[in-house]
Write a protein that binds this ligand. Sequence first.
Ligand code: NAD
Ligand code: UDP
Length: 339
Amino acid sequence: MKLLIFGAGGFIGSNLAEHLIEQGEHEVVGLDVTADKLAGIEGPNFKFVKGNIADADLANKLVADCDVVVDLIAYANPSIYVEKPLDVVHLNFFENMKILEYCLSHQKRLVQYSTSEVYGKRTRDESYSDDHSDLVMGPVQKQRWIYASSKQLLERIIYAHGVQGDLDYSIIRPFNFVGPRFDYLVPAGSKGGPRVFSHFLSALLTGGPIQLVDGGDKHRCFTHIKDACEAFSAILENPAGHNEIFNVGNPDTNTTMRGLAKMMQSIYGELTGTHPDNELIDIDGEDFYGKGYEDMDRVPPDVTKLMALGWKPTRDLDTIFREAIQYYLDRPDLTAAIR
Ligand code: NAD
Ligand code: UDP
C-alpha cells in the first residue's frame, strides 16, 4: 500500500513514519510545513514533501496518487485553543474537511486522528466507550472547547459518509500519547505553550517550580507512542478496522497531574543522579492558559474494540516518561536553550 501522512513532521507523524519505515511493508509519503522532527528518519520506502495543506493542487495530487490518507494535521496544544480559537477551527475543521473531500473525490481510505477530548467533561465513572459515551462540552464562552467541537463535527461528518456508503474511514481518538520528539521545551515558569510533559521537564532541567494547574487533581491516561503506532497498524491492516471509531489509549496509566509531577521528579533523579526538589505550586487555569480555558477530569478509555484487533498496550507509565525524558537528556542541543 502507499500511505500518505499529512502532518508527518509532527510528534505522532514523525514516530509513525519511523515505525512504518522500520516495518518496510508500505510505501510512505509525508507532507508537512516542517521537517525538523524528521531529522535522521529516512528509508527507501519514505519520501518527504515540504508543503502546506492549504496548497490545494499539491494536496489533491498527493491524495490521487496514494491508497490511504492519514490525517494528523491540527493545532493540538490547549494554549492555542484559547489564544487563537478561529485559527483552530480553520485548520482543525475547514482544512481537514478539504482533506476529507479529496478522499471522497478520489475514493481513498481516510485514517482520521481525532482526540479523546471529544468526550469532554467527565460525567460518570465508567470508562469512555468508543461507540456509546456521551460527548459533553462546556459553554461557548469557555473557548477551550472549540478544539473538541471542531474534531467532533469532523467525526460526525466522516461517520455520516460511512453510513451513506461513499467513504472508507477509521477514526482514532488518542489518549495523551507521549514519547521521543514530544512537543518542545520552554523556560521554567512559562505559561501556556506546550503540553504538560514539556512544562514539567523544563522545570526539572532548570530547578524551577512545577506548576500544577488548578491544583493538579485532574486525571489523564498516557500512552507510549510505540503502543500508539502499533495500534495504528492493527487498525490499518485488520478488516474490522474499517468504518469504526477507536479509542487508542492505555487504561492502566491513569494518574493525576500532581502524581505525574512526583513520578517525573523521581525518574529524573534516577536518570541524572540528582535529587530534584522543585517546588510544586498551584496556578489558576485561566492564569496559566488565558481567559476561556476550562480544564476537565477524564476517565480511562475502554479499549475492548481495539484489543479485539489483536493489539494491547505493553509500556507502563514509568516506561513512557522514562524514555521521553531520556530522549531530551540525550540531546543537549534541545535543552541548552532553556538552561
Ligand atoms: P503536532 O503539532 O506535533 O503535529 C501536527 C503537525 O501538523 C505539525 O508537524 C504541523 O507542522 C503540521 N501542520 C500544521 N498545519 C499545517 C499545514 N497548514 N500544512 C501542513 N502541515 C501542517 O501534533 P501531534 O501531537 O503529532 O498530533 C497529531 C494529531 O493527533 C492532531 O490531529 C491532534 O489533534 C491529534 N491528537 C494528538 C494527541 C497526542 O497525544 N499527541 C492527543 C489528541 C489528539
Ligand atoms: N497541566 C499542569 N501543568 C502544566 C501544564 C499542564 O498541571 O504545566 C495540566 C493541564 O491543566 C491538564 C493536564 O496537565 O489538566 C494535561 O494537559 P495537557 O496540555 O498536557 O493535555 P490535555 O489537557 O490536552 O490532556
